[in-house]
Write a protein that binds this ligand. Structure first.
Ligand code: SF4
Ligand code: SF4
Length: 98
């Protein structure tokens, strides 16, 4: 294996293109996951607006689930769901993974 000199090494700390975070399965850190009760959900999309990881899946203006590869389990979606609806609850990963 050729050992590179410092002039040949790529410069570190640079983000050369956008959207690369999607390549990392950051959901592996999660200890809690959101679970939705679709019968309660009124599809107001408030959770979608607030999710910091763009992990609320929407199709035809309706919630279809969560991107668990990238959801970090912060619980913001459950907190922001309207109090009269409360369609999302956070569940411990140990409960769903067994
Ligand atoms: S728990 Fe946090 S990261 Fe996961 S879907 Fe809800 S708001 Fe997004
Ligand atoms: S905030 Fe609650 S009611 Fe609104 S779309 Fe999300 S889960 Fe459904």
């Amino acid at each position: 294996m050729k050992i590179l000199g410092w002039k040949e090494l790529p410069i570190g700390g640079l983000i050369l293109e956008g959207g690369t975070a999607a390549q990392y399965i950051t959901g592996g850190w999660r200890t809690m996951r959101p679970v939705i009760d679709t019968a309660k959900c009124i599809n107001c999309l408030t959770c979608w607006c607030y999710c910091p990881d763009s992990s609320i899946k929407v199709e035809n203006e309706k919630i279809t689930g969560f991107d668990l590869d990238h959801c970090k389990g912060c619980g913001i979606c459950a907190k922001e769901c309207p109090p009269k609806v409360q369609a999302i609850k956070m569940v411990a990963e140990s409960e769903v993974r067994g």
